[in-house]
Design a protein around this ligand. Structure first.
Ligand SMILES: *Cc1c(COP(=O)(O)O)cnc(C)c1O
Length: 470
């Protein structure tokens, strides 16, 4: 497989170059595969759903062909995914895809673990270590740190703003050991990001060390996220008749979105042949994409802070990829979109719990409400030409190609639950009156020693530290 660039279709590079490069520094564009290969019918047309790892392996193979041999790839997949993606029915036509069974209890584990192992594979012939620098405002840092922990040939330095992330997140970051360490920076997330960016352009550092980034635009984080879309859509297709007597279900993936990386991975799975009919892009008050679908104009803006803080993005980086694959019209045929505010998020957690007994986190909750409103009349209203006001919470007034399947009772929803609700215990408690049970692996970090290295917001001190410690 060759990879090209969203801004320059003359670019043609290997997976290795795309993964180690991260993005195209010359054009500012993002890497994408030149085509979407089809999954084999042995995967798509079996009566029994293949295992998650089989799907992961068969999918990954198509993107690594000629660069990673089959047995190494099989080993990489086994190493990446010792935990499941679980499909849990919560009512006859709603399934939750639980993506929080990995080590950091968020879906980012799926992408970060694959990226870490692919980078290590491509780095194996080098004599020097690759040094990853990341600035984080929360979940990304812990997923990346955990993913690279113990991975040979690579070490990771994470910068986070002291006291500006949740206590649990701070604990997750400050307790790494070995090849991963965290610098606790007296400053803001922007200060952290600035120090990392300056380091990448610093001649002294660059001549001494091999530096790389591990942020969410890396293609090696996007491709593996397609695995669970394929897996869950096949699971649901196979069990639907038994659950709800819908013979040929129109499967809708409901995706809580921030940078739109997760939903872009869903588009990749659909292009590869997964039985997915469409998507609901669900956002919080950072509704740049819903507004784009409603008005046709893409207007990036500063982010607003909300209860679903991993989706507080005003200029989603994967818009660039989506635009390079599809026209606005074809996106409107595929995507319904929906947004709600903090009050709506609390109500969504409450509604979901009251109606189904399921405790959902603030990100997944927005997806639940989008799906539930849509099937309970909002889509019918759109079809009848009575859209809601796009400045108020609700479904965006643009009609998808699958809109009529909703009132005809042919749709089933797969809601992506992107984080464990215990990561947002206080918000969940505010909504339903009690905190979710903390999973053992999250609880464990609370008693580990804090190994973070305090540092002031001063680039020269940071540079000195790197020079002495890398
Ligand atoms: C990162 C994140 C999201 C948003 O995912 P994108 O790929 O940026 O759209 C949603 N929910 C949680 C819990 C996250 O950590």
């Amino acid at each position: 497989m060759k990879y090209t660039d969203t801004r320059d279709k003359n670019v043609s590079i290997s997976l290795k170059e795309a993964v180690l490069g991260g993005m195209n520094k010359k054009t500012g564009g993002l890497y994408i595969p030149v085509t979407f290969p089809s999954l084999p019918t042995s995967i798509l047309e079996r009566n029994l759903t293949p295992s998650f790892r089989d799907i992961a392996y068969e999918s990954a193979k198509l993107y690594c062909e000629g660069e990673i041999d089959d047995s190494s790839l099989q080993q990489i997949i086994a190493d990446c995914y010792p935990f499941p993606a679980k499909v849990v029915p919560i009512d006859p036509t709603t399934y939750v895809l639980e993506l929080f069974h990995g080590p950091t209890c968020a879906f980012k584990d799926f992408g970060a673990r694959f990226m870490a192992r692919i980078m290590s594979y491509f780095n194996k012939d080098e004599t020097e270590n690759l040094h990853i620098l990341v600035a984080t405002s929360g979940d990304t840092g812990s997923a990346v740190g955990s993913a690279f922990s113990g991975v040979p040939g690579i070490d990771v330095t994470i910068l986070y703003p002291t006291g500006k992330i949740s206590p649990l997140q701070e604990k997750q970051l400050s307790t790494f050991t070995g090849n991963v360490r965290a610098l606790s920076v007296k400053g803001t997330f922007d200060d952290c990001q600035k120090m990392v960016k300056t380091a990448f352009t610093d001649k002294d550092l660059r001549s001494k060390f091999r530096l790389s980034s591990a942020n969410s635009i890396n293609i090696a984080r996007l491709l593996p996220q397609s695995f669970y879309y394929t897996y869950s859509s096949l699971v649901v297709k196979n069990r639907c008749w038994a659950d709800n007597k819908i013979e040929d279900p129109s499967i809708i993936m409901v995706v809580p979105s921030g940078n739109f990386g997760n939903i872009t991975s869903g588009l990749i799975a659909k292009e590869m042949g997964a039985p997915i009919k469409g998507f609901i892009a669900a956002t919080n008050a950072n509704k740049t994409v819903p507004d784009w679908l409603a008005s046709g104009e893409y207007k990036p803006r500063p982010s607003i802070s909300t209860y679903s803080n991993a989706m507080d993005v005003g200029d989603p980086s994967n818009y660039e990829r989506i635009k390079s694959f599809y026209t606005l019209d074809s996106i409107r045929k595929l995507f319904a979109s929906y947004w709600t505010d903090d009050e709506g998020t609390l109500q969504a957690i409450r509604n979901c719990h009251r109606r189904t007994g399921y405790i959902i986190d603030p990100h997944g909750a927005i997806g639940w409400q989008a799906w539930d409103d849509m099937r309970n009349g909002e889509m019918q209203n759109l079809i009848n030409g009575i859209p809601g006001d796009p400045s108020k919470p609700g479904l965006t007034p643009s009609l998808t190609s699958w809109a009529n399947d909703v009132p005809e009772g042919k749709t089933v929803g797969i809601l992506l639950e992107t984080a464990h609700p215990a990561k947002f215990g206080a918000i969940v408690k505010n909504a339903i009156g009690r905190e979710p049970t903390i999973p053992e692996r999250l609880g464990k970090v609370l008693s580990l020693p804090d190994n973070s290295i305090p540092i002031t917001n001063d680039y020269n001190l940071f540079k000195e530290w790197l020079m002495e410690n890398l």
